[in-house]
Design a binder for this molecule. Structure first.
Ligand code: MGD
Ligand code: MGD
Ligand code: SF4
Ligand code: MO
Length: 762
């Protein structure tokens, strides 16, 4: 350890700050933000909450951010932002920020320690677990909310440096379904759209998505649509989005697969399919068309609770649309048969040829700011860069690019999130490292999860706050810098790499996740392996090289400066295309003075400039399977795994409550403004008919119980939920005490959105 202690990384806490190794001055709150930011100017960063990835203009004074506004020139949000974006700086200054590592002492209290002690403890105890229980007895749970460069470094450090294999992230809770569905259907995990498609459709179909609340700026893009589009919302609840729709398809919970097959059958029977596209660009259509014949309108109406007339209107609206786009989010992804449901949506787009043209697409909207980065670069479900662990060429390429010996690269898949939890329960996983996720609040059937945590020999939590539900269980807490306190990239929902910048000093000794991983590598004894990863931008250059000749090729993105000047760049951008487009856009962008300077967007005038700002996939009808075609996937629907019954007669739906609340609230609850915009206490939405039958008055307290636990909530009596259903937002820690742990077999994504409960007045 001696050599490490002398390291300049560690000297910097007390001594003068230098810019060597991986640290920027100011990483410990002592120095300044990077010199490349002019002291009193503005700069653009992408927002660190949702996957819309809005551009925010940061107002600097003496080189530090003092305020934010929405960037009018950024191609995604066009000058708009939601309350979370406007308030993004506030959580950074919260009084409960972690400022030093904390180690649990013999009495069981978390006590401050310095980084050398924390790193020594981390390595010694993780290695001890491995020595006692085997190399694969340690695991990590990561996130879709740190920079891509950080995810990449973490995934490589853990698998190549620490010789471990089992890891997953909160993207399993969220995007695993879309990942698997796209991979199987298209041959690569590739959401095809660009945000302009919201404005270019004449029919938009939202399935299990509530963008008014969850993606407010995407919804603003829909409102800018000048074609008076038909908007179909498929959701059991009359959500804010459903209220704005032209057709609300209020189906029975978890009957989506039946509905979508029924619509497909109507399209086939009516001859409303695009035979040319099917012939040229797909395989498996004939079998699919035969399979869905059984989904007759009467049968589908009975199972979905809809009328036959609604089914015909839905199908006819798709047929009449010239540019039909399909959008889905968690109402689809979080179900027991989510992958086939997502693919049933993809099938509708394929069979009607609604893909590859403006305003079309089978489009999964992602959740977290960097869920897409996690899908491509976290080295968890795919070999880093969207590669295949089993493919010998891919292994050789990753090995050569990163300088990692090929025998370090696993060939077998690692355990998924739920399997890691089961592994802890069964005594196979003994060390757990949780990074930028709050599992003790957000994981399904939370009480059992929290009991299981106590079986660990070593739990490390790396977060901005030591006050999260999960950090409270930690043996070791590592204080992380947050969004705005570090450099890197996020990839938004439409595949756009956007830039995150260090515009604030992290408090105390908090370090960026990137630097924490570098430090761990050094203490672990594998620092040499990551010598090339000298800074986030150096890591970006490695990621670029890994992307070469992949569908997600970004070799045409020269560097961070190019991302900055372009308003982000969507993948793919191959080297030759990047050079050509960049040379044509440069003169116009130069006039933007580093963006946010108030000039007109560069889109005007030059076709190629527009091509750099907005790009969609599959315009040539070619997909990523070796035969260039997309595939139809389908399976028989299965019943929900926990159906309502005599004892637990209600279906409990969960989801986002307000645009001011972000997940478990560890960031948004720190803002006075955002707190004013949300109900303080947990509430349950219940239909007036049910409330009356149960003697529940508006705003009274009710007890909601499942077979796993119970909670007390305030009754919001409202017809927006149907009789027999209730809705509870996910933002309150109690919600996941009730949820039922079931999973889609293909994606292993949890089915958060339906379980059986009973409700009673208290
Ligand atoms: N304000 C805010 N915005 C966020 C987030 C946040 O926490 N707060 N989180 C971000 C993240 S990570 C994500 S993943 C997205 C989630 O974004 P969304 O998926 O849009 O949000 P949810 O409310 O979770 O779920 C959407 C809808 O699914 C419906 N639903 C439930 N069961 C079914 C069903 O069986 N069928 C159908 N068709 N619909 C069903 C619910 O009623 C709900 O209205 O939001 C992102 N944006
Ligand atoms: N019942 C129910 N449960 C759900 C859902 C649902 O719809 N219903 N939705 C699921 C979905 S889609 C999701 S995505 C999950 C989200 O669940 P979580 O990921 O558990 O929720 P967050 O509150 O976003 O937790 C992120 C944590 O990372 C920390 N953090 C933020 N930035 C940084 C950083 O830069 N570095 C580090 N080290 N830490 C940082 C924050 O302080 C916070 O504690 O919840 C899931 N749970
Ligand atoms: S819509 Fe999403 S990305 Fe845009 S400001 Fe709000 S939270 Fe940030
Ligand atoms: Mo999510």
């Amino acid at each position: 350890m001696k050599a490490v202690k002398k390291n300049s990384l560690l000297r910097q806490w007390n001594g003068p700050l230098t810019n060597d190794l991986v640290l920027h001055p100011g990483d410990f709150g002592l120095g300044q933000v990077p010199a490349r930011l002019k002291p009193d100017a503005t700069t653009t960063v992408v927002c660190g909450y949702c996957s819309t990835g809005c551009g925010l203009t940061v107002h600097l004074k003496n080189g530090e951010a003092i305020n934010l506004s929405a960037d009018a020139n950024y191609p995604v949000n066009l000058g708009m932002a939601c309350p979370k974006g406007w308030e993004a700086l506030t959580p950074l200054g919260a009084p409960d920020r972690g400022t030093t590592p904390l180690l649990r002492d013999a009495k069981g209290d978390l006590k401050p320690v310095d980084w050398p002690a924390a790193m020594t403890e981390f390595c010694a105890r993780m290695k001890a677990v491995q020595a006692k229980h085997g190399a694969h007895s340690i695991a990590f749970l990561g996130t879709g909310q740190i920079c891509t460069e950080e995810m990449a470094l973490l995934g490589c450090l853990f698998k190549f440096g620490m010789d471990a294999v089992h890891c997953d992230s909160n993207t399993r809770q969220c995007m695993a379904t879309s990942h698997v569905a796209y991979k199987q259907s298209f041959g690569f995990d590739a959401p095809p759209f660009t945000c302009a498609d919201f404005e270019e459709s004449d029919v938009l179909v939202f399935i299990g998505a509530n963008p008014c609340i969850a993606h407010p700026i995407m919804w603003q893009r829909v409102l800018r649509n000048k074609k008076s589009p038909e908007i179909i919302v498929v959701d059991p609840r009359k959500t804010e989005t459903a209220m704005a729709a032209t057709q609300h398809v209020a189906l029975n919970p978890k009957s989506d697969l039946t509905l979508l097959y029924g619509i497909a059958n109507l399209l086939v029977q009516s001859g409303w399919v695009d035979a040319k596209f099917i012939e040229r660009s797909t395989t498996g259509y004939a079998e699919f068309a035969e399979f869905i014949r059984q989904f007759t309108p009467d049968k589908v109406a009975a199972e979905t609770g809809l009328s036959v007339g609604q089914l015909y209107r839905f199908a006819e609206t798709i047929h009449k649309g010239k540019a039909v786009s399909f959008w889905w989010t968690m109402g689809v992804n979080q179900s027991h048969e989510s992958t086939r449901t997502a693919q049933a949506i993809i099938n509708l787009a394929l069979m009607t040829g609604n893909i590859g043209r403006p305003g079309t697409g089978a489009n999964s909207i992602t959740g977290q700011c960097n869920a897409m980065g996690s899908r491509l670069y976290a080295n968890i479900t795919s070999l880093i860069g969207g590669h295949d662990f089993k493919n010998p060429e891919h292994r050789a390429k990753v090995s050569a690019t990163l300088g990692v010996s090929e025998d370090k690269i696993q060939t077998e898949p690692n355990l998924a999130y739920d399997q890691i939890i089961d592994g802890i329960r069964d005594g196979k996983i003994k060390g757990l490292w949780v990074i930028a996720t709050n599992s003790s609040h957000s994981w399904i059937h939370q009480d059992s999860f929290n009991d299981i945590l106590s079986k660990l020999e070593f739990l490390v939590v790396q977060d901005m706050y030591p006050t999260t539900e999960t950090a409270k269980h930690a043996h070791l807490f590592l204080p992380a810098a947050g969004w705005g306190e570090k450099d890197g990239t996020f990839i938004n929902s439409e595949r756009r790499f956007g830039l995150v910048k260090k515009i604030r000093r992290a408090p105390g000794q908090a370090l960026s996740d990137f630097n924490i991983f570098k430090l761990i590598a050094q203490y672990w004894g594998c620092g040499e392996m990551f010598a090339k990863w000298s800074s986030p931008e150096a890591a970006f250059q490695l990621m670029k090289e890994l992307s070469r000749d992949q569908p997600c090729d970004i070799t045409g993105v020269r560097d961070y400066a190019m991302l900055d000047a372009s308003g982000g760049i969507q993948w793919p951008l191959a080297e030759a295309d990047g050079a050509r487009l960049w040379s044509q856009t440069q003169p116009q962008h130069a006039g933007l003075a580093g963006r946010g300077g108030g000039s007109e967007p560069a889109a005007a005038g030059h076709r190629d400039t527009a091509a750099l700002r907005e790009r969609r996939l599959f315009a040539d009808g070619k997909f990523y399977h070796p035969d260039g075609r997309a595939k139809f996937f389908f399976d028989l629907p299965r019943p929900m795994l926990e159906m309502p019954d005599k004892d637990f007669p209600f279906v409990m739906l969960t989801g986002r409550g307000t645009s001011a609340q972000w997940h478990t609230g560890s960031r948004t609850e720190k803002s006075d403004v955002l707190r004013q915009l949300r109900p303080e206490k947990i509430y349950v939405e219940i239909n007036p008919r049910d409330a009356q039958q149960l003697g529940i008055a508006p705003n009274s307290s009710v007890r909601v119980a499942s077979r796993r636990g119970e909670l007390i909530a305030t009754a919001h009596v409202t017809p927006t939920v149907s009789p027999g259903q209730i809705f509870i937002p996910m933002h309150y820690a109690e919600t996941n005490r009730l949820t039922f742990a079931s999973f889609d077999p293909h994606s292993r994504q949890p089915s958060y959105k339906a379980c059986a409960v009973k409700v009673e007045a208290v």
